[in-house]
Design a protein around this ligand. Structure first.
Ligand code: ZN
Ligand code: ZN
Length: 368
């Protein structure tokens, strides 16, 4: 990402705001701010706020004690005026002065409620709305640098999965394995561990189980779904399913169906098809084999600077995929009291197909 990329993003937000009758878009620390100007500010109580005006230059409001951090970020090299406020100033009054003529202002979707309400009090005559639609339509389509970042993140989490089979020894607890996986996530280039799911035996039937003190036993199926954040802010997310010892024969049959479902969904990805058609491609395979009722979640979610972002791969989402859209394809099946299974890769739609960011085998990994 270089300065001209950020400038283009900010001006695109201004254009979209103008087209939508919005006078300004405000973004506080979080993924939208980082996406727009490269400033990875820590969300704190003091107000830091990017002000993108539809008909004027953009401004960045920062607390005086954080101005050096703002200037040191990529934002410091952009043609964006930085306005500081001191410990005894009211930054919300400052923002309302900057937007004195504004009738309609859109706020980034992750802004803290505390700041939303103080902005509302400072601008009582202004209509406030969510900026999600304006910003996410940009964030959804990854440029070449972002695609490279997601491929790096995919390779890093693949390198963790390469170590997982050795960690899954009978007699160890999910928590012990999870701690070792967390170390490996950091050891493979991530700067943050976002989540570690080690769902052994019946715990695998809960898709968002994390870890517990359950001891892994011979005969267990183990769902391992892990992800972290890379230094440039882009996220990884990948699931593989492991068997400790010989898996039950009915599970082996079901898992083969799941492999087919995941492959069918990935091979249906390309620009021009709808999000819900990708969900259907996976779901139809499971349903035909009598497993549809066990696939209890959507097929996937967008990924980028957040692990879960637009677009969502779910029935009812008729959004048409465009080249550069990145998301997970992660069908699963879940049998309460026994086991679960899931296969998850991150993919990027292209004009004529798909790029897959995770490249470890989908075969059940049998730990002997
Ligand atoms: Zn996942
Ligand atoms: Zn996921």
């Amino acid at each position: 990402m270089n300065g001209s990329d950020f400038e283009a993003r900010v001006s695109a937000v201004g254009e979209r705001a103008r087209a939508g009758g919005v006078d300004a878009v405000l973004a506080t620390p979080g993924p939208d701010l980082r996406y727009l100007i490269g400033y990875d500010a820590v969300p704190l109580e003091r107000l830091t706020c990017l002000v993108v005006r539809a008909d004027d230059t953009p401004l960045l409001v920062v607390p005086r004690l954080e101005v050096l951090a703002a200037q040191a970020s990529p934002a410091g090299a952009l043609p964006i005026e930085i306005l500081t406020w001191g410990e005894h100033d009211d930054p919300f009054a400052l923002v309302s002065t900057l937007l004195a003529e504004a009738r309609s202002v859109a706020l980034d979707n992750h802004m803290w409620a505390e700041k939303v309400l103080r902005l509302r009090d400072a601008m009582p005559g202004t209509d406030l709305s969510l900026a999600g639609a304006i910003i996410s339509s940009l964030r959804m389509r990854k440029d070449d640098d972002e695609i490279a970042s997601l491929l790096d993140a995919g390779a890093a989490i693949d390198a963790v999965h390469a170590q997982v089979a050795d960690m899954l020894q009978p007699g160890r607890t999910e928590r012990q394995v999870g701690a070792q996986i967390a170390d490996a996530i950091l050891g493979t280039g991530h700067v943050r561990v976002d989540f570690v799911i080690v769902g052994s035996g019946p715990n695998g039937a809960s898709p968002h189980h994390e870890v517990s003190d359950r001891v892994i036993e011979t005969g267990d199926i183990v769902v391992v779904d892990i992800g972290g954040t890379m230094p440039d802010g882009y996220c990884s997310d990948c699931t593989r399913t492991y068997a400790v010892g010989s898996p039950p024969p009915d599970f082996v049959r079901e898992y083969a169906v799941l492999q087919g479902a995941q492959a069918a969904a990935v091979s249906s990805v390309r620009a021009g098809v709808t999000c819900e058609s990708i969900d259907a491609a996976a779901r139809d395979v499971l349903t035909e084999a009598g497993l549809g009722d066990l696939f209890i979640h959507r097929t996937g979610h967008g990924i980028g600077l957040e692990t879960h972002e637009d677009p969502y791969i779910v029935a009812g989402n008729d959004l048409v995929l465009a080249a550069g859209m990145a998301f997970s394809v992660e069908p699963g099946f879940y049998v309460e009291g026994r086991y679960g299974a899931r296969i998850e890769d991150i993919v990027i739609a292209t004009d004529d197909g798909v790029i897959v960011a995770n490249n470890r085998s989908h075969d059940l990994v049998v730990v002997s």
